[in-house]
Design a binder for this molecule. Structure first.
Ligand code: ADP
Ligand code: MG
Length: 412
């Protein structure tokens, strides 16, 4: 199947060709015709399988581009994801009037951009509501609404905001829900505002991407730092993400790694928005090697050629595991997902294994632990000659003791 055979406008097919995208992925091949038909859709498809274009392509095909207010609205859980989708939209059609609104930055430029007229608006819920209250956005022409990362948008943190937004949309509209995880509970909630949705649940028997080699390493809490350093060196990690459960720890760990010569930067919600966007842009550009992040980076972000995802802390919500490791092994590439498991984490690991419907081998770390028999690790994907995240002539810190066990003093 080629995009040419999908009765899409010539401009869209050409624009895809310019980006060397010729054939639809499975989710695109199946979702695009459904959306073009005018049905509401609930789509589950794996991380990195091309869901963004699966909603942008048919939406763009159907826009009339004649109204002042937006005809399409895309809601996302994070600011960085909103910006990414905005850029994807511009890439797909440079003539589209697209706008992106999110919190943490000035509202006036956003109000101005909406005043100039917009076909597609990409937004995070909080700022969107703010703009709604200021009557800065006209929703009367919205005929397409997308919840990207839909299960996140409909969980406790966002549901009230999202319900409020949806309730103000015109009744004649097409709703689209997309995510790599689509629990039954979310499907049930969505029935309140969906109109006879068609379900597209891909990869029924396999939830994670099979080109991601998943490993767990049994460690004591105090061994985590040295174990991470060792893997970064041994596997010459050039582009990796380390997930932590708190912003304090994402900040601290980023700094500790940096002082030990690792080209690392932190990303979490405690930073200014300009800083957050700069960090993510720099990481996308490959200007540093290791992103140390909270779950603010767990969903939706596409960063080319990430070879390693580390769970420095196991996520408390097993679905976040799927999204976190999905930052690697995207669009057919391979990747490594390495999770540190302490004895207290074992119930969390059981939950994750249940969620992904598979067992993950637990290797022993540097110390004695061993939850289960340890298989030999899969070999690293990065070539021998590649520069690693750890600079060999790294300046040694005078502040941090080389004995990593000291690093944990005060963090318990
Ligand atoms: P998802 O939302 O499913 O996690 P994305 O929409 O972020 O995935 O797409 C992942 C990557 O795959 C992006 O870099 C995108 O440009 C690329 N991609 C999307 N569709 C195709 C396609 N049909 N052929 C090749 N690459 C594609
Ligand atoms: Mg996505």
């Amino acid at each position: 199947m080629k995009f040419e055979e999908m009765s899409l406008p010539q401009e869209i097919v050409q624009s895809l060709q310019r980006q060397h995208i010729a054939s639809p992925t499975e989710v695109q091949e199946k979702a695009i015709p459904l959306v073009l038909q005018g049905t509401d859709v609930i789509v589950r498809s794996k991380t990195g399988s091309g869901k963004t274009l699966a909603f942008l392509i048919p939406t763009f095909t159907k826009l009339t581009r004649t109204t002042k207010g937006p005809e399409a609205l895309v809601l996302t859980p994070t600011r960085e994801l909103a910006v990414q989708i905005f850029k994807d939209a511009r890439m797909l059609d440079k003539n589209i009037r697209a706008a992106v609104v999110y919190g943490g930055v000035g509202i006036s430029p956003q109000i101005d951009s909406l005043r100039r007229g917009v076909d597609i608006l990409i937004a995070t819920p909080g700022r969107f509501l703010d703009l709604m209250e200021r009557r800065a956005v006209d929703l009367s022409h919205v005929t397409f609404a997308v919840l990207d990362e839909a299960d996140r948008m409909l969980d406790m943190g966002f549901i009230d905001d999202v319900r409020r937004i949806i309730s103000t949309l015109p009744k004649q509209r097409q709703m689209m829900l997309f995510s790599a995880t689509m629990p039954q509970e979310v499907v049930r909630i969505s029935q309140d505002f969906m109109n006879k949705p068609q379900f597209l649940m891909l990869g029924e028997d396999e939830i994670t991407v099979n080109t991601i080699a998943q490993r767990c390493i049994g460690v004591d809490r105090k061994e985590k730092f040295n174990t991470l350093m060792k893997i970064l060196r041994d596997e010459r990690v050039q582009k990796g993400i380390v997930f932590c459960n708190t912003k304090t720890w994402a900040e601290t760990l980023g700094n500790l790694l940096f002082r030990r010569g690792v080209r690392a930067m932190s990303l979490h919600s405690g930073l200014s928005q300009s800083r957050r966007q700069r960090v993510i842009d720099d990481f996308k550009q490959g200007r540093f090697a290791l992103l140390v992040a909270t779950d603010v980076a767990a969903r939706g972000l596409h960063i080319d050629a990430v070879t390693h995802v580390f769970n420095y802390d196991l996520p408390r919500n097993p679905k976040d595991y799927i999204h976190r490791i999905g930052r690697t092994g995207r669009a057919g590439n391979s990747g490594n997902a390495i999770s540190f498991v302490t004895t207290v984490d074992e119930p969390l690991l059981r939950n994750i294994e249940r969620e992904i419907n598979q067992f993950i081998d637990v290797q022993t770390g540097t110390g004695a632990h061993g939850v289960r028999p340890a298989p030999t690790p899969p070999s690293a994907v990065v070539g021998d000659t590649a520069p690693s995240a750890v600079a060999t002539n790294a300046p040694r810190s005078t502040v941090v003791n080389d004995d990593a066990s000291d690093l944990w003093k005060g963090f318990d």
